[in-house]
Design a protein around this ligand. Sequence first.
Ligand SMILES: C/C(=C\Cc1cc(O)c2ccccc2c1O)CCC[C@H](C)CCC[C@H](C)CCCC(C)C
Ligand SMILES: C[S@@+](CC[C@H](N)C(=O)[O-])C[C@H]1O[C@@H](n2cnc3c(N)ncnc32)[C@H](O)[C@@H]1O
Length: 242
Amino acid sequence: MNPNTWYSPNDIQTIFDRIAPVYDQLNSWLSFGQHRIWKQMTVNWSEPKEGYIGLDICCGSGDISQLLARKVGKTGKVIGLDFSQELLAIAAQRAYDKYPTLPLEWIQGDALNLPFEDNTFDCATMGYGLRNVTDISRSLQEIHRVLKPSAKVAILDFHRPSQPWQEGFQKWYLDNLVVPLAEYYGLKDEYAYIMPSLERFPIGTEQVKLAQEVGFNSVIHYPIAGGFMGVLVGSKTVSSEQ
Ligand SMILES: C/C(=C\Cc1cc(O)c2ccccc2c1O)CCC[C@H](C)CCC[C@H](C)CCCC(C)C
Ligand SMILES: C[S@@+](CC[C@H](N)C(=O)[O-])C[C@H]1O[C@@H](n2cnc3c(N)ncnc32)[C@H](O)[C@@H]1O
């Protein structure tokens, strides 16, 4: 797959609708179950508390939404938003089967045009979404807009490690394990999309700058999982600080 290929929002939506049936299984196998730990770390960095209203953007099959909902408890509420109808249906069914009483709501929508009023949420998360949106700054701007002042966002995604041997290993792993396994399920092109999307994705320091530009403060990018993944954390500025 050519790293210079431009993917339209429709292409991205089609990729995720197509991989929906195997998405959870492949993530568990390919990360040796580690993705659950990375997702829990992300939720913790968004600092959810009992009674909070949380938003999980690009929620996919809803792993992070579930973890967030367990933190805000029955007095709170979590909205999982995604544009893939297939993944949202899986998210709703999985959450109902495992935690039927969790305060979760599922909304089909666009991360670049969030269907919420300004200053609505007490915390927000996004897992493996920022690399997939077609306009990163716009997406960060939308998250900033819907958060209440001083609320936190935590954004998990792949990260390109700084050591050349690690970067080589990451590419090898994606090309030689991830793509061939996906090919077995008829999803070669969909998974081959990860590497070029990662090559285009801003590194940690660039992500920090983009978040600051849209108004976030106390912005930090934490490399995790040996630098193969990263979590971008920021707070919405209280208006007197601007
Ligand atoms: C949950 C994970 C990835 C989600 C994901 C994100 C995308 O943007 C996709 C795009 C297209 C198809 C699928 C996805 C997608 O599944 C992360 C875990 C799965 C990874 C494939 C595993 C990658 C492992 C690391 C490169 C190296 C291993 C580190 C070690 C396990 C500590
Ligand atoms: C790799 S999945 C991540 C799912 C989930 N957060 C997780 O960590 O497993 C990326 C998700 O982003 C969604 N997505 C990508 N661009 C989007 C957009 N502009 N608006 C809404 N959802 C989007 C896809 O449909 C997909 O479910």
